[in-house]
Design a protein around this ligand. Structure first.
Ligand SMILES: [Zn+2]
Ligand SMILES: [Zn+2]
Length: 469
């Protein structure tokens, strides 16, 4: 009888279908959510909310899947358009791990507590997406912390690695392998013009599928130096003229970017304090704890001089309303950095109501503005805007006599950077997400030669991807 030799056995190659379901961020910016399902793994990539919607309209199309059948989830970064609906997964039966970095977990915990208090204060009860029990349960039991470049085994045929996306502190893009299929998912990509490490797209080179954000498709910005000069010139001329400056800013990412720009050019600015208020102050404290996640020059300054870029003698948060009043009503020049960036919530509205009527003052709006927000009205030259007084909770009409500047400081990759990312990766299939239709079209016209197949799915679409068994 002939011996049966192991080397003679040839296993046939079986093609397996891996399915990707786009539940959010299809042809829109907001509520990012993609589900990848194969033989060896089921994974949700982000689960965010839409920034301008409320109630169930704000969340991804979770009703299309059985959430309890999803084994794990990845949270790419702390912004709510990527993580704002994660605690809701528990309400729907999810029992797996949420894989993320430690700074993302620290920041998103702070964001969720703020989101919860807004839902409790402003949303009818049946609109609320989740409660404190679900939020605490995710934070205490479901987060799996990983560092960049650490391999996470999901099963014998599935693994993933998070890489630095350079968008905000702790942000990542995902390299994933399921049933032999290599997949990349960008989350939000950073830009070379910020204080974080610039991304390196090479780990995703040649993936079968790339899910790529396209927020700034077709949009180019000036370089970092020019933008910082614009910001500092606007601030300096106002302070020198005896005025005060309000810079409304998103708490996580934008506020820190602005502080670092002001600090870098400190010598050009008159001697005036920088007030940092609301959640932006708490977020900056978290930033200070994770300097190892920032650019090499910031890390070097820490190693050589023990310097924390956010530990700045000009910078403080007023402890009382009285102190805030003294600062806005007093004669001395002052800079105020406060959320929200769109002037739709938080202390920035209160400061605007006090500062905008005086022609000596200035408001500097930084980066993208959501349409139909007070920030976008200011940018388009409105002479009166309506905001909610953060203290009295009343809506007030504000006369805008102050100067209004718009400086394109952003943490998102611009058109040429998105093109460079895609050209480096050269995926078989490119799926464009997280962008308005018009921006996606502009991106496609520049990158169509870098992918064999390009998909622009709507929410609820399923894409069949071939895996190799
Ligand atoms: Zn983001
Ligand atoms: Zn986003």
């Amino acid at each position: 009888m002939q011996a049966f030799k192991l080397v003679d056995i040839v296993f046939p190659r079986v093609d397996m279908v891996v399915k990707a379901m786009v539940l959010g961020s299809g042809r829109e910016v907001g509520r990012a959510c993609v589900v990848i399902r194969g033989e060896s793994a089921s994974l949700m990539l982000d689960c965010g909310v839409h920034p301008t919607a409320a109630g169930l309209d704000a969340i991804p199309r979770l009703e299309l899947i059985d959430v309890s059948s999803i084994a794990n989830a990845v949270l790419t970064h702390a912004h709510l358009d990527h993580g704002g609906a994660v605690p809701r997964l528990l309400k729907l039966g999810f029992r797996g791990k949420v894989i993320t970095t430690l700074p993302t977990a620290a920041l998103v915990g702070m964001m969720w507590r703020d989101q919860l208090s807004i839902m409790e204060r402003e949303w009818p009860e049946d609109f609320r997406l989740w409660d404190s029990r679900e939020m605490n349960s995710v934070l205490a039991r479901h987060i799996k912390y990983v560092t960049y470049e650490e391999e996470v085994r999901l099963s014998s045929d599935a693994r993933l690695v998070l890489h630095d996306a350079g968008h905000i502190l702790g942000s990542s893009f995902v390299e994933l392998e399921v049933d032999g299929l290599r997949i990349g998912y960008t989350g939000d990509l950073g830009t070379s013009s910020n204080h974080l490490q610039y991304w390196d797209a090479s780990p995703l080179r040649g993936v079968d599928v790339l899910f790529c954000e396209s927020t700034y498709g077709g949009v180019e910005r000036k370089g970092r130096e020019a933008l910082e000069r614009e910001l500092v010139d606007a601030v300096r001329s106002t302070l020198e003229g005896g005025g005060k400056v309000l810079i409304p800013a998103m708490s996580v990412g934008k506020a820190q970017e602005i502080l670092l720009a002001l600090r870098r050019h400190e010598a050009k600015l008159p001697d005036a304090p920088v007030v940092l208020d609301g959640m932006a102050f708490r977020a900056t404290k978290i930033y200070s704890q994770f300097i190892m996640y920032m650019s090499d020059s910031i890390k070097r300054a820490l190693i050589i001089n023990g310097q924390d870029p956010f530990d700045w003698e000009r910078l403080f948060q007023p402890k009382t309303l009285r102190r805030r009043r003294e600062l806005v009503e007093g004669k001395d020049p002052c800079m105020f950095v406060a959320p929200s960036g769109m002037l739709k919530g938080g202390w920035s509205q209160w400061y605007l109501a006090k500062l905008a009527p005086n022609p000596e003052n200035a408001v500097v709006i930084c980066g993208y503005v959501d349409p139909q927000t007070p920030a976008s009205e200011l940018v388009s030259g409105a002479k009166e805007v309506e905001v909610l007084d953060f203290v009295t909770r009343e809506r007030v009409k504000v006369q805008v006599n102050c100067k209004v500047y718009h400086v394109e400081i952003s943490r998102h990759a611009m058109h040429s950077e998105l093109c460079k990312f895609i050209a480096t990766v050269k995926p078989e299939t490119l799926v464009l997400l997280h962008g308005e239709k018009e921006n996606i079209d502009k991106l496609i016209s520049s990158i169509s030669s870098y992918a064999k197949r390009i998909e622009v799915p709507e929410n609820g679409s399923t894409i069949d991807l071939k895996g190799r068994g």
